[in-house]
Design a protein around this ligand. Structure first.
Ligand code: DC
Length: 228
């Protein structure tokens, strides 16, 4: 079995996977690939085509039809990448409330996951990639030589989010915020799988910077990740 030059990072929403993934990718000269954007872009297509999000056959048909692209950033507006849906830039649209509300439901259909996972696996096997998601190390790319499972408690994720929102001058209801994080976990629970050989990192007991340092130390011990 060839070992792909890939790192997988799984864990719940808001655990810092994207920040860690982007830093690692830059450090190694790899592509950073956030698999959640594929489910988000498909959800936008569901809304635009007025497909019933509970109709797994119709949603899977749309997943086969539509073309989702993830590219290096085309604008300097804070984006980490550009996402296209049938050639149209949808990078910011997939972060809006209508998508946010439906994405867990769209991502839950097994037929949809099968289509998305096959595309993600092809990207992972091509190598030189840091892949972030929920099921990447366990199902999409189990042969990756380094698999991280990043977990952070709801309390700590709420605390970090409050700091972020306060910095932006926004008003926060911290109980409602904690509840929305809990609900999101609940909705995503069935798609979340840690690989049996994943390195578990608990973000409650260390800062994001310490997590980056810990993972870089792991990377340094895996020659296949940095031999070109
Ligand atoms: O990580 P995110 O918030 O962008 O993910 C959006 C949705 O997609 C979320 O409901 C979980 C789902 N998802 C998934 O089912 N499998 C993945 N590999 C990545 C995301």
């Amino acid at each position: 079995m060839t070992i792909p030059r890939a790192i997988t990072i799984d864990g719940p929403a808001g655990s810092g996977k994207s920040t860690l993934g982007a830093i690692l990718a830059t450090h190694l000269g790899f592509v950073y690939f956030d698999t959640g954007v594929m489910y988000r872009a498909l959800t936008l297509a569901v809304i635009q085509h007025r497909v019933d999000p509970s109709d797994s056959v119709a949603v899977a048909a749309l997943a086969n039809q539509c073309h989702i692209g993830v590219h290096t950033p085309t604008h300097d507006d804070g984006r980490q990448y550009t996402v296209t849906l049938d050639g149209i830039d949808v990078t910011w649209d997939i972060r809006q409330q209508p998508v946010e509300r439906l994405v867990s439901q769209v991502a839950a259909h097994p037929a949809v996951r099968q289509i998305m996972r096959a595309q993600q696996r092809a990207i992972g096997l091509a190598g030189d990639v840091v892949m972030v998601g929920r099921d990447i190390g366990s199902i999409v790319l189990p042969e990756a030589p380094l698999k991280i499972y990043l977990d952070v408690s709801i309390a700590e994720r709420t605390r970090r989010r409050i700091i972020e929102l306060t910095d932006r001058g926004e008003q926060i209801d911290d109980i409602a915020l904690a509840e929305s994080i809990r609900l999101r976990d609940e909705r995503d629970r069935h798609v979340m799988h840690a690989a049996p050989d994943a390195v578990h990192i608990n973000g409650d007991t260390q800062s994001p910077a310490q997590t980056v340092a810990e993972v870089l130390a792991l990377v340094a011990n895996i020659p296949v990740l940095h031999t070109h």
